[in-house]
Write a protein that binds this ligand. Structure first.
Ligand SMILES: NC(=O)c1ccc[n+]([C@@H]2O[C@H](COP(=O)([O-])OP(=O)(O)OC[C@H]3O[C@@H](n4cnc5c(N)ncnc54)[C@H](OP(=O)(O)O)[C@@H]3O)[C@@H](O)[C@H]2O)c1
Length: 323
């Protein structure tokens, strides 16, 4: 079982896992394992949630041009930084290149626009949001007259990846990665890339543990960022799982804390999202599970569900079409 990596493994204590940092083997810096996702449709709620998360202790924020709220995330970060509580370099910011910007000549401009909205001059990790190129342009959801997505067959993922490598050369991002990618396609990129991915962001939780991908990434020194670590609160709810609940009861934790601790202890970073102050606090306030609990989750949970279909189409499963 992977042990959480920290700045100083000797300092590990029971509740230290919330401060776990995973060094990036490619690129620079270390990724705080407990991350806060910003897929929150309302900009005001985004700003409030990000500010609360910063105050509570989250230091890793996952953003995307497709979420349409980078400005609100940037406003919250600026508010906290200007208040003197934190410096820019205390915060790890990931953002993502959207499908309509895969053409190499659009990649730098997309990063510049994200930085402008986020009000920062570099991102810690820049990720290709999905391996699917959509028709290039300002319409983020291009459709034909039948409502079908218009893909762009004029650019390959490898060409887009090479443009990401060029960004690294220019110092505008400290690491680069991929998202919503299958193990086979990841291997293709690893095989041909000059700069290999530092991070891969995929749906992962006790109902979709992605062990094969995780094992491969571990061998390759690639950090796995688990999105929807609570299953996006969809049915069947991970927090209602009988095994998760019995561990929570035995260890005096909440079911959400059990699922999030499991994610960190098996060696992934996680991205959880909430607009509730109580949940944000609860989700940061995690502590280590015992080995029995880790084993029970791995061996005894048989439910297998993917909640987000984005991996098959490039169409975001958690974003309503009108937004
Ligand atoms: N790369 C991709 O394609 C991709 C796709 C999807 C998501 N993401 C990223 O991953 C992030 C997280 O995804 P997610 O929203 O699915 O995460 P999640 O943490 O699995 O689910 C969030 C949901 O769980 C609820 N929740 C949060 N804490 C809880 C707790 N302690 N107890 C009970 N319910 C709780 C939230 O409701 P409340 O607000 O009421 O707390 C919200 O409805 C996104 O924000 C985004 O940054 C990436």
């Amino acid at each position: 079982m992977a042990q959480p990596q920290t700045n100083d493994a000797n300092m590990e204590t029971n509740d230290a896992i919330r401060h776990t940092r995973i060094p990036l083997a490619r690129g620079s810096g270390a990724l705080p394992a407990v991350g806060f996702g910003t897929l929150i449709p309302d900009p005001l709620l985004t700003r409030q949630a990000v500010k609360t998360a910063l105050e509570i202790g989250f230091r890793h924020f996952d953003c995307a041009e497709r979420y349409g709220n980078e400005q609100a995330v940037g406003d919250a970060m600026q508010e906290v930084i200007n208040g003197g509580a934190l410096k820019r370099e205390d915060i790890f910011v990931t953002t993502k290149l959207w499908n309509t910007n895969h053409r190499p000549e659009r990649v730098m401009a997309a990063l510049d626009a994200s930085c402008r909205r986020l009000q920062i001059d570099y991102v810690d990790c820049y990720i290709i949001h999905t391996p699917f190129a959509f028709r290039a342009g300002d319409d983020q959801d291009p459709r034909d007259e039948h409502g079908r997505v218009v893909y762009d067959s004029g650019v390959t993922l490898i060409e887009t990846w090479q443009a990401m490598e060029d960004l690294m050369d220019g110092g505008r991002c400290k690491s680069i990665g991929l998202s919503d990618i299958t193990l086979d396609r990841l291997k293709e990129i690893v095989a041909v890339s000059r700069i290999k991915p530092a991070a891969v962001q995929v749906e992962a939780h006790p109902y979709l543990p992605e062990w094969d991908l995780l094992d491969y990434c571990r061998e390759q020194g690639i950090v796995v960022q688990a999105f929807a670590p609570l299953g996006h609160a969809m049915e069947p709810k991970i927090v209602d799982d009988p095994i998760i609940r019995s561990i929570a009861q035995r260890m005096s934790k909440t079911p959400a804390q059990v699922a999030l601790s499991w994610a960190v202890q098996r060696g992934t970073a996680l991205l959880t999202t909430s607009t509730s102050v109580g949940h944000i606090r609860e989700n940061f306030d995690i502590s280590a599970l015992d080995e029995d609990a880790m084993r029970e989750i791995r061996d005894n949970i048989k439910t297998n569900i993917r909640f987000n279909s984005v991996v098959g189409t490039g169409v975001p499963g958690f974003i309503p079409r009108s937004s």
